[in-house]
Design a protein around this ligand. Structure first.
Ligand code: HEC
Length: 125
């Protein structure tokens, strides 16, 4: 993509920022399709299923979770791969009639989703 007639450095850096964000549409789509029904589009546990499980969905923008993510940067990816809460998530989806098609996660998907959520949590988006 060519950027023509850029008047100031301010506009240039804004343009670059939005291009960098646009490149991570994959992370955003994965999040919206597979996580937001519980975690909410704002990652603050505002999705329609947030209170349908025990424990309920946590607010991942809280300072407690920010600290957790800082201490353990793999926590988002590991929550997908290791499923530390057993069948809690598939069961909650099933009990509420939400069908998620199976997804073969690529390394890129995991990185993109991790990046997207990290950006929202640290308010870079
Ligand atoms: C059915 C609702 C639901 C869906 C869908 C869901 N989550 Fe969660 N998530 C939860 C609940 C409930 C917890 C708290 C579980 C617990 O405390 O054992 C949680 C916890 C987490 C945590 C915190 C883990 C920790 O150890 O602190 C992360 C990170 C997370 N989810 C990421 C995701 C991602 C990424 C997706 C999408 C791929 C996703 N979740 C989809 C309900 C959901």
């Amino acid at each position: 993509m060519k950027i023509v007639f850029i008047a100031s450095l301010g506009i240039l850096s804004l343009t670059q920022t939005s291009l960098a964000f646009a490149e991570n549409a994959n992370g955003k789509n994965l999040y919206l399709q597979r996580c937001s029904m519980c975690h909410g589009t704002d990652i603050k546990a505002t999705g329609p299923l947030a209170n349908k499980s025990n424990p309920p969905t946590p607010d991942l923008t809280s300072s407690a979770f920010k600290k957790r993510l800082n201490d353990y940067p793999g926590v988002i990816v590991s929550s997908i791969i290791l499923r530390p809460n057993g069948d809690l998530i598939p069961r909650t989806l099933r009990e509420n009639g939400v069908k998620l098609s199976p997804h073969a996660w690529s390394v890129k998907d995991l990185r993109d989703l991790n990046q997207y959520m990290g950006d929202v949590i640290s308010q870079k988006r």
